[in-house]
Design a protein around this ligand. Structure first.
Ligand code: GLU
Length: 462
């Protein structure tokens, strides 16, 4: 059996899109589970829209998220001669011809076809004219007029296309430059690709590309067209309905493994087991189980999976990866008397690193702003806070258990509700009513710092 070779072929006209990461991921996994190769090709023939910055963004992000190609990526912009040779070969074999129809002539033809209720397409009028090449001619593929092309899609099964519905597509423009379809087909052959896994928006290109392959005598390829990635509004995922660039998600503090987990589930699932890693995917993924219907990218799913992946990190790795997010807030993770205990207590307080880092601010910095609504709601009687401060101040063994029991005793003795006791202290410590269990939160601070913070709030209230 031939070794499997897949490829991801982005056009560098924007930053790496998460839909693109999903395509790259399925190509990568399919290659790896078949002991094959995963390659990258930069389709940068559209010089107006392609930039080196986007190319760098795409390559850097693919590498760093773990989708490393097995060979150096190639750029179509550097391979013109190869495409021209292929075009020449098709011309020599009699499967292409020069066409000098002007833009106006083609436009007239199109209008007439529409007026006659026909599907507008080039009608092959130059096919038998045996025109010579000039600076006004394009090279067209002579597509077979009858018969059909059957695409055996790994996901969609057999898809049939009638040849008489395909017009003679352009291989070389009048300026001599090769077109997208020609480059794409030639490179798949040159890179020894066996399997094309790409978005379903390319399905209609497939029969056209197969005709070019046939004209060149290339072997057949395997195809898998992936369902579109949709936003929660069921429209194609775009900047209008979600953040689309991979970088934005990484910057918010989603783990690479959680992003890949979420993207793998866009079109494929593994029964009940939601949480998985690259190794599981390589073992379990089956391209034939990918669904045909559009797959919805739902941020709440990513949030949930991220929280699961965060929980699976060792404390060392968690701290290491949290560090840059704290640094952005001018916080050094070790700049706290109880940093391990603090991080352990807070690691599940949010779904992302950036959210967790933000929640950690009051533990590292003085409180500048208090939640005024919370103060209004929970602190009617300052004396409770004064009494609690004095009780806490008397504790010798500043531990979670002792603190909790002192607070409990006070609450029961005074017949107060739990929030009436806990929230004023919480607000003193963190500025808000959000924190882990109160005994734990207090024990994360030194006794002095805790008392200081209560005094500070009392000062503010008076
Ligand atoms: N360059 C094409 C794109 O970015 C991909 C073509 C292909 O995978 O065959 O959509």
């Amino acid at each position: 059996m031939k070794a499997i070779v897949t490829r991801f072929a982005p056009s560098p006209t924007g930053t790496l899109h998460i839909g693109g990461v999903r395509t790259a991921l399925f190509n990568y996994v399919y290659a790896k589970q078949n002991n094959g190769k995963f390659l990258i090709r930069i389709e940068d023939t559209d010089t107006e829209r392609s930039t080196k910055e986007y190319e760098k963004n795409i390559l850097d992000n693919l590498r760093s998220i773990g989708l490393k190609p097995d060979e150096d990526p190639i750029n179509q912009s550097e391979r013109n001669e190869i495409y021209l040779k292929a075009a020449e070969k098709i011309l020599q074999s009699g499967n292409a011809y020069w066409c000098d129809c002007s833009h106006e002539e083609l436009e007239e033809m199109r209008k007439a076809q529409i007026a006659a209720g026909e599907k507008p397409m080039y009608d092959g009028r130059s096919r038998n004219l045996r025109l010579e090449r000039s600076n006004k001619t394009v090279l067209r593929l002579a597509t077979p007029e009858d018969g059909e092309i059957v695409v055996n899609d790994l996901i969609r099964g057999k898809i049939k296309f009638n040849n008489n519905e395909l017009d003679d597509l352009i291989l070389l423009r009048s300026d001599g430059s090769p077109t997208y379809h020609l480059c794409n087909v030639v490179d798949d052959y040159e890179q020894k690709v066996t399997t094309v896994i790409r978005g379903e928006d390319h399905i209609s290109n497939t029969p056209r590309q197969i005709h070019i392959q046939n004209a060149l005598g290339y072997p057949e390829l395997e195809y898998a067209h992936l369902p579109l990635v949709l936003g929660t509004d069921k429209k194609r995922l775009s900047k209008r309905n979600a953040a689309t660039s991979l970088e934005e998600y990484r910057d918010k503090g989603y783990l690479d493994s959680a992003i890949l987990n979420t993207l793998a589930r866009l079109g494929w699932s593994q029964g009940e087991n939601d949480v998985f890693y690259m190794n599981d995917l390589i073992k379990e993924f089956n391209i034939k189980d990918v669904q045909k219907a559009g797959a919805i990218f739902d941020i709440t799913k990513l949030d949930w999976l991220n929280s699961q992946h965060l929980a699976n990190l060792s404390i060392e790795s968690f701290k290491e990866q949290l560090q840059p997010f704290l640094q952005q807030l001018d916080i050094d993770i070790e700049d706290h008397e109880n940093s391990n205990k603090l991080i352990e207590a807070m690691r599940t307080c949010d779904n992302t690193f950036s959210g967790i880092a933000k929640s950690l601010i009051p533990y590292y910095k003085d409180i500048i702003e208090y939640d005024e609504k919370a103060i209004e709601k929970f602190i009617n009687d300052k004396n409770i806070l004064i009494e609690l401060r004095d009780l806490l101040n008397k504790i010798d063994n500043w531990s979670q258990e002792v603190i909790d029991s002192v607070l409990k005793e006070y609450q029961l003795k005074n017949e107060l509700s739990v929030p009436a006791v806990n929230q004023p202290i919480r607000i003193s410590l963190t500025g808000s009513t959000k924190s882990p269990g109160l005994g734990l939160t207090l024990s994360i601070f030194t006794k002095n710092r805790a008392i200081e913070r209560i005094n500070k709030l009392l000062d503010k209230l008076s």
